[in-house]
Design a protein around this ligand. Structure first.
Ligand code: C2E
Ligand code: MG
Ligand code: MG
Length: 742
């Protein structure tokens, strides 16, 4: 490369000097040198372009340029030969054929170079290129060509000489257009090319002018001009290749102003042509430019619309059509500015209760339909300027301005009211509740992202305490920023006896008597109030505190059982147990001890296990359950229907009771499908010799339907919510006083 550069410099320099000398009329020797030197220089350019192709990217492009140079060289050599050695110049001079061969090859080479620089070449890019190129060519044509063409008057030779500037115009147009397309990425090489072709164009135009006027002299100053153009080409090849950027995310910033201005200029040329009957070549080029600009405008509209669509899609939740998480975070950024400007902003976080169970038991299509319906109902209740978005899963968020804590809470209550009506989904009628937490800026924080976190904490407290909707409270939620993932607090609760039990009665439908209760644990938290199991059961499980918790619950439940038995009521006691209990081989012994300590018959206790839990470590679980069964303890499958366990599997388990999940029970009166699920489960339970307990009966109609179908036991809010022991006792007494044996 270096050698070729040096060679090009020597020959090029020599030739320029000789041309200058010859032009100044120094002598024939110099003129001879100039001719030969020119050929040598052109040859060295060919070599340079070939080597340049080998050196970097764009091999074909540079080789096309080398071909173009070679063709020009052939033209120059033939021209010189015919000028010097032939008496008569042929009709179709071979030199002109070779000279013209330069153009298509140069065009192809430049085209490839542009493509190399613009990785993301779209149709719009090429149209920009065409608009700029055609306008440039039209301007040049309007400025000089028209006059020449008129003077040429149909002479073949003249036409041929005018053909050069016309072809130059196309090349120049391509380069100018290419420059616009490449934009800031264009390196020095590109500028040398532009300069070279500009000089080339001027030289060819002058040549055409001189031919038309009969003033052209071989070896005159004009030849030097061409020489300069070739030197510029050589320099373009000498510039080291620029690294091509492959940054996929960087959209090339192209100056759209240039093509737009070009289109205006082209229109101006057309208009001028219309008024003055100007040059047809310029007119055609300008028309082409205007048409390309029109096509470009059409594409731009399409692109802008597509961009708008894709932006919208990126910010929309596919399922509900509401704005998505990303959109929320963008809005939060904007909210920060509004907060700084003195606005008040309320952030509400809404989370559906028991959504996972609905999804698991009724299928994802029902879950999806529910989320869509929820989204629609919430939207109805909000003002147009409020943002409602789905954060993900069953979590929604509302951003509302100009609300203080009180009015934001009122809004939250209105949103909750939307859940009073059951949801009708695929033939099922579902009652779903929602927990809402809210935080208000600047009262709770001046940072909207933090407001979202605080609202989230408030939502967790709301859910844990079944409070419906609450405002963030520093005293209650402040320390619980980690969602109660504070094991030490739970450990302390176990030590200090902060866990309490509520009892929910179970009604035997055949006798109409309360046959037993289910013990449900609550945590009387010192600062957060009464917490429900979903707030801490998972924590106990992951912190390894489950075994302690269960033992404590069974102990308390059996003690309560003892008290009630002493007061004249023999009630069965159902207690929920966890996976970790069932893999603990000591567990049956612990249970037996606790029963013995209270002097209660083993049949009084029923342990509830969930289906999914039984699937985990089946063999060990079956072993532990079998021992409990052997001791006479009852075993119930809880939340039946949500765990996808198979019939064959159930039949092999040592269980006594099936508790049908409340998702099916609560939906049964509104839907035949849910009713047939209940019916078939009943048949299955009875066929296996199991007692069927229906959970979650919330109204008399459900209890009636269950009685009709032959269900054994019902449990649900309609009968009673889970109650503290003294309240339950009063409730029992109101129904039927206890019979105390003397
Ligand atoms: P589960 O064992 O299926 O308990 C029934 C749950 O349904 C209770 O919620 C009860 O309040 C609720 N429920 C009863 N009737 C109705 C009704 O008609 N409508 C509606 N919507 N709900 C009704 P709770 O007390 O929040 O317990 C939730 C779950 O926490 C329990 O589900 C159980 O899996 C677990 N759990 C409760 N106590 C303990 C425990 O001591 N140990 C363990 N390991 N888990 C427990
Ligand atoms: Mg249970
Ligand atoms: Mg259950």
């Amino acid at each position: 490369m270096v050698a070729v550069r040096a060679l090009a410099a020597v020959f090029g320099g020599g030739w320029v000097l000789a041309s200058l000398a010859s032009a100044a009329g120094v002598g024939t020797a110099a003129s001879f040198l100039a001719e030969k030197g020119k050929l040598l220089f052109l040859a060295s350019l060919v070599v340079m372009f070939v080597v340049r192709g080998l050196a970097g990217p764009g091999r074909t492009a540079w080789w096309c340029l080398a071909g173009a140079m070679a063709s020009y060289l052939a033209g120059a050599a033939t021209y010189e030969f015919s000028e010097r050695h032939l008496a008569v110049v042929p009709d179709l001079p071979w030199s002109d054929v070779a000279f013209f061969g330069f153009y298509p090859l140069a065009f192809a080479g430049l085209f490839l170079l542009i493509r190399l620089r613009t990785r993301t070449v779209t149709l719009s890019t090429w149209l920009d290129c065409a608009v700029t190129g055609l306008t440039t060519a039209a301007v040049a044509a309007a400025a000089a060509l028209g006059a020449l063409l008129q003077q040429a008057g149909g002479d073949v030779l003249f036409i041929a000489s005018i053909g050069y500037p016309v072809a130059d115009l196309f090349l120049f147009g391509l380069i100018a257009g290419g420059l616009v397309v490449i934009g800031r990425d264009a390196g020095a090489g590109w500028w040398w090319l532009i300069g070279g072709f500009a000089v080339f164009l001027v030289a060819d135009l002058t040549f055409a002018y001189q031919v038309v006027h009969g003033t052209y002299v071989v070896g005159g100053p004009l030849d030097t001009l061409w020489g300069l153009a070739f030197i510029a080409f050589g320099l373009a090849a000498c510039v080291a290749p620029r690294p091509v950027r492959f940054d996929a995310t960087a959209v090339p910033q192209r100056p759209l102003v240039v093509p737009a201005a070009c289109a205006l200029v082209a229109l101006g040329i057309l208009f001028r042509g219309y008024l003055t009957g100007g040059d047809p070549v310029a007119g055609s080029l300008a028309l082409g430019a205007v048409l390309a600009a029109l096509a470009r405008t059409g594409l731009t509209f399409r692109d802008v619309r597509a961009l708008g669509d894709s932006r919208r899609q990126a910010r929309t939740d596919e399922l509900t059509g509401l704005p998505n998480r990303r959109s929320v975070f963008e809005s939060l950024d904007a909210a920060d500015e509004r907060l700084a400007a003195g606005a008040t902003i309320a952030v509400l976080v809404l989370d559906l209760d028991r959504f996972k169970e609905i999804n698991d038991s009724l299928g994802h299509s029902v879950g999806d339909a529910l989320l869509r319906e929820v989204g629609g109902r919430l939207r109805e209740e909000l003002r147009a300027e409020d943002l409602l978005a789905r954060l993900g899963g069953d979590e929604f968020v509302v951003l509302a301005e100009e609300l203080d804590a009180e009015s934001a809470l009122a809004m939250a209550q209105r949103l909750r009211a939307q859940f009073l009506r059951p949801f009708l989904l695929g033939g099922l009628e579902l009652t779903v509740d929602v927990s809402i937490g809210l935080a208000v800026g600047p009262e709770h924080s001046g940072n909207s992202a933090e407001l979202l976190q605080l609202a989230d904490l408030a939502m967790y407290s709301t859910k844990a305490g079944r409070l419906g909707a609450t405002v963030y409270d520093e005293a209650r939620d402040g320390h619980g920023r980690h969602r109660l993932e504070d094991v030490s607090q739970l450990r302390r609760a176990l030590d200090r006896g902060e866990l309490v039990l509520h009892y929910q009665p179970k009604l035997a439908l055949s006798t109409g008597a309360i046959e037993g209760v289910e013990a449900l644990v609550r945590w009387q938290h010192p600062t957060r109030g009464l917490l429900y199991p979903d707030a801490f059961i998972d924590l106990a499980e992951t912190a390894g505190l489950m075994s302690r918790l269960t033992t404590q619950v069974i102990d308390m439940a059996l003690a309560q059982c003892r008290v009630w038995a002493d007061q004249g009521r023999a009630l069965t006691m159902a207690v929920n147990v966890s996976p970790s209990n069932l893999v603990d081989e000591q567990f049956p012994d612990v249970v037996a001890e606790l029963l013995a300590a209270q002097g209660l018959p083993t049949g009084i206790l029923v342990l509830e296990v969930t289906e999914s839990l039984l699937m985990e470590d089946r063999e060990r679980a079956v072993r532990v359950l079998s021992r409990l069964r052997d001791d006479g303890v009852g075993v119930a499958i809880d939340d039946y229907g949500t765990g996808h366990s198979s019939l064959a599997y159930l039949a092999a388990l040592p269980v006594t009771e099936l508790k049908l999940d409340r998702t099916f029970v609560s939906a049964m009166t509104g839907s035949h499908r849910a009713e047939s699920i209940v019916t078939s489960t009943l048949q299955l339970a009875h066929a296996l010799g199991l007692v069927l307990v229906a959970e979650g009966a919330e109204d008399q109609a459900t209890v009636d339907a269950l009685t009709m179908l032959g269900c054994d036991v019902v449990q649900g809010y309609h009968l009673s919510r889970p109650l503290p022991p003294d309240q339950l006792w009063s409730w029992l007494e109101d129904r039927s006083p206890a019979v105390v044996a003397d």
